[in-house]
Each structure stands twice: as structure tokens, then as C-alpha cells.
Design a protein. Structure first.
Length: 129
């Protein structure tokens, strides 16, 4: 009994579910170049999917609270996974770890600030006010 041997690349592609069905219909016309192109396309697709999953998205900044009495207001924000505390009249945050943040204004119920050159304007929701 003679078994048709499939190229290893085709077996890998079939195992990944990336090989089109027409390939199975007529394997006799497949050339090395066609198989190499299929393998290259499949590996590109797997690589793109893996890199898309690997890129963590940075959560949007959130305004948690504004407290104090004029002229000494403070705003608590959640930026890049860290708690940030701004005080009215100071451009830099009170928290020492925050880099690239600059306060523009605290005007209840909103805060304006720059994060690495990008301007943000956040307001407390109606339920929190």
C-alpha cells in the first residue's frame, strides 16, 4: 500500500487551520514556490495575530475626585495605572512618580491637563457630583 506523503509545511498549515481547501483538492499541481508562498502567508498571519494580542492598550485617564476649598483645590486622577494628585496653582503633580503630566486647570467639576504632550479634559459624571 502506497501512502501519499504531504509536505510538512502543508501539515503544519492544515493543523493551524490556515490552509485553503482548494489545496487539498489537487495536491499534484502544487509547486515548491506555491507551498513556500502559502507558508510565508500563514506565518505572516500568525505573527500579526500574535503581535496584536501582545500590545497592551493603555487605559484612558479617569478623574476620580475633586476636593478642597477655593483657592486650594486638589484633583485625584488615575493615569497610566497610577494615582495622580494635582493641586491648584502647581503645574506638576504632587505625586513624585508621575512624569510628563502638567496641570492646566481645576475648574469643578472638570480638570484639564497634559499627558506627554496630549491635552485631556476630564469631568466628574453627574452621579458623582
Amino acid at each position: 500500500m502506497h501512502l501519499n506523503r504531504m509536505p510538512l509545511e502543508l501539515i503544519v498549515l492544515l493543523g493551524l487551520g490556515l490552509c485553503p481547501c482548494w489545496v487539498l483538492a489537487d495536491r499534484s499541481e502544487m509547486t515548491v514556490q506555491v507551498m513556500a508562498k502559502m507558508e510565508s502567508d500563514a506565518l505572516d498571519q500568525v505573527y500579526r495575530q500574535a503581535t496584536q494580542r501582545a500590545k497592551p492598550t493603555r487605559p484612558a485617564p479617569r478623574l476620580l475626585a475633586i476636593h478642597g476649598v477655593l483657592p486650594v483645590l486638589q484633583a485625584q486622577l488615575w493615569v497610566d495605572g497610577a494615582l495622580v494628585l494635582f493641586q491648584q496653582g502647581q503645574t506638576n503633580p504632587i505625586s513624585a512618580r508621575a512624569k510628563g503630566l502638567r496641570l492646566r486647570a481645576i475648574k469643578p467639576p472638570c480638570v484639564s491637563f497634559d499627558n506627554r504632550g496630549q491635552r485631556h479634559h476630564l469631568c466628574l459624571s453627574q452621579a458623582v457630583q
